[in-house]
Structure formats: structure tokens, C-alpha cells
Design a protein around this ligand. Structure first.
Ligand SMILES: [Zn+2]
Length: 158
């Protein structure tokens, strides 16, 4: 099939199915690496604060998206998060009906932009209240790798 054929009308376009073998490595970036290291080593979430607009971001990022300046002030968040929004997922990955729904929440942190989307450790969605305080349940220190699955779930504060 000639691939250099010049088309004069879009209706002449043809397609074929094939595959292209690609290998790639994704890096989390400078701030992402710092965030992952803090999670792995100390079990905490790293935030970054902009020196110009004073906005704080969790997870930490290198540049303020409003001011376009580098954020050098990074520090761990010690406060619990809160549930900004949530949903119940009643399907497993293969599309079949799950035995129990998984509750997934956007967890945000006081005075910070951004947030972390993760599982919420509750049995039913009617146990979730918007704004409820949550803290992360983490793998033990020696099992953590710096990935977001170091977080097992977020658990409501008692
Ligand atoms: Zn800023």
C-alpha cells in the first residue's frame, strides 16, 4: 500500500489496522519525584507553595500554573484531608458487576489547590459526607515504592 500517495479529497482516505511497538518511560518530574520520595520515606504528602501568589499545591509541582514561576518552597502536609467529591464504582475492571462498590473520592487539603483521587475505606456511599476528614492508610514503610498505590485508601477520622 503506497503511503506517499497524495490525497486531493478527504473521502479518498483509507485506513488499516496495525500496531507500532513503543516502549517508553514516564518520569514524574522534579517535584513529582520529591513528592514520591516523601511518600515513600516518611509517609507524608509534599506540598509546594508559590512565593508570588502564595498558592499551595498538593501534590507538589515545580511551577505555579498562575504565575509561571518555579516554586522552591516545598513542605509536607501534616493536616488530614477532606472529601471534596466522591463516586461509587460498581463494576470491576472487566466490566462485570462488582460484589461491593468501590468508593472513590477526591481528597483535598485545607488551603491547598489540587488533591488526590483515591479509594475511600467505607462500606457504602451513604457513609460518605462531603467535607468529612480523612487520613491515608499507607503500606508499611518497607513495602512502599513511592507510587500512589503506597496509599491503600483514605480512612475517615474517628
Ligand atoms: Zn503563583
Amino acid at each position: 500500500m503506497p503511503v506517499f500517495e497524495k490525497l486531493s479529497q478527504s473521502s479518498q482516505a483509507r485506513h488499516w489496522n496495525d500496531s507500532i511497538p513503543l516502549e517508553y518511560h514516564y518520569t514524574a518530574g522534579v517535584a513529582g519525584e520529591e513528592f514520591r520520595r516523601e511518600l515513600r520515606d516518611n509517609g507524608r504528602f509534599l506540598a509546594a507553595k508559590c512565593s508570588k501568589c502564595k498558592s499551595t499545591y498538593v501534590p507538589a509541582r515545580l511551577f505555579c500554573p498562575q504565575c509561571f514561576i518555579e516554586m522552591k518552597d516545598m513542605f509536607p502536609i501534616n493536616n488530614p484531608g477532606y472529601v471534596q467529591s466522591f463516586t461509587a464504582v460498581d463494576r470491576s475492571r472487566d466490566g462485570s458487576k462488582a460484589e461491593h462498590p468501590t468508593i472513590v473520592a477526591l481528597v483535598r487539603f485545607e488551603s491547598a489547590k489540587g488533591g488526590i483521587i483515591h479509594r475511600l475505606q467505607v462500606d457504602r456511599s451513604d457513609q460518605v459526607v462531603l467535607g468529612m476528614r480523612v487520613h491515608p492508610l499507607l503500606k508499611d514503610k518497607f513495602s512502599r515504592t513511592g507510587a500512589l498505590d503506597d496509599i491503600l485508601a483514605f480512612k475517615p477520622l474517628e
